[in-house]
Design a protein around this ligand. Sequence first.
Ligand SMILES: Nc1nc2c(c(=O)[nH]1)N[C@H]1C(S)=C(S)[C@@H](COP(=O)(O)O)O[C@H]1N2
Ligand SMILES: [Mo]
Length: 425
Amino acid sequence: MRVLSSRPEDFEMPMEGFGSWITPLDKFFIRSHHYTPDVKLRDWKLSVVGKVSTPLVWSLDELKKLPRVELVSVLECAGNGRAHHVPPMAGLQWKYGAVGNARWAGVRLVDVLRKAGIQPGAVEVMFDGADVAVGSQPEFQRSIPLKKALDPNTILAYEMNGEPLDPSHGFPLRLVVPGWAGDSWVKWVMKIEVRDTEFDGFFMKTAYRIPNRPVRPGATIDPALMTPVTSLSIKSVLASNADGDEVRPGSLRLTGAAWSHAAQVVAVEVSTDTGRTWKAATLGSDRAPFAWRLWEFNWTPPGEAYYTVLVRARNALGETQPLQPEWNPSGYSHNAVQAVRLHVTANPQPVSATTPASNIVRPAALEQSCLTCHTLEPIEQQRLTHAQWEREVEKMQRWGAKVRPELKDVLVDFLANHYGVRPVR
Ligand SMILES: Nc1nc2c(c(=O)[nH]1)N[C@H]1C(S)=C(S)[C@@H](COP(=O)(O)O)O[C@H]1N2
Ligand SMILES: [Mo]
């Protein structure tokens, strides 16, 4: 796994993960804003409150008396692909692997809500997890519209891939919202609140919002003018080869995965000539309404040359992927056509190992002010301008970082000099 942050846990699936239909747990990405809570089943209860006629307080065994349902669904973080947006923005620099496909089992949310009795006037359902915010960042609480909550595919899952949920994925209970981005899939669910007003917490009204039309790259936009990220986009990934690979002449088996929202993937097409012509890839036989579809494409490059291979998927609604990413302030929903440049040559050159800059002398202010809640990992992966770093340090101060005023400039200069704008690696 690629570690974007060891604590809180933010781990990216390696590209091999796109090789199996069901993503095994040891490769499944983890995205947690806060530290993983140590939930003990004997202390855990699910409460259902708010606009309901009978508030419920249930143990897991009581919940399990409702009919069990199972489904296979993709889970993708809204921030997957953030690293590919230009210009870069602050945030975890996910490349392709903030996504996985798992078999989820649990109970329908609608069955739980019916037991509690939804009262007239209900518009939304809010979920609160057992995780506790780091510093003074707001709690992770999210709501979904009542209509989505009543959808029979929306489930409260207690199993993933046939095992009780792992602590990192929300033990003992998490929300599964097939077709929607991961930010709605609340983990460690303890409280469900049926509401007659829109929930206005930070993770609804400030984070996870996207403009509803393309905006100028680099623009700052008032969250009030943006809407919550909901549905996933149609997307495909070529995983068998990396951009810049050198390969020997002969036949190549290009493989990957493609997924969409409620409308299923119907085709994956590959271009080996920079988009001039496209040919259909073969789709894998494993399929389910919200799952990803594996694909493969056998190709014998016509000669030693430099090729740009492109992949695009299409769903049952005819939606396909844009050729270029649509930039948005927080870098969500990246689904642009991926380009993989392959050098076909009989004499591949050994790749020169890049030396990590480990001998950077860090100012004491960094250790003291920045490395208490999280490690250096989320900091060193950023690619930000001086002005962006200044805003990032101020955001951290609002979330509880203590920065001595006379050392702030030294700190921002250091961050901008070492973790400034540079290509993704
Ligand atoms: N309670 C809680 N639920 C959460 C989160 C969180 O930080 N806290 N992260 C969300 C986000 S942004 C994503 S993408 C998914 C990731 O789920 P996973 O870690 O099981 O892959 O969980 C969601 N549920
Ligand atoms: Mo996410």
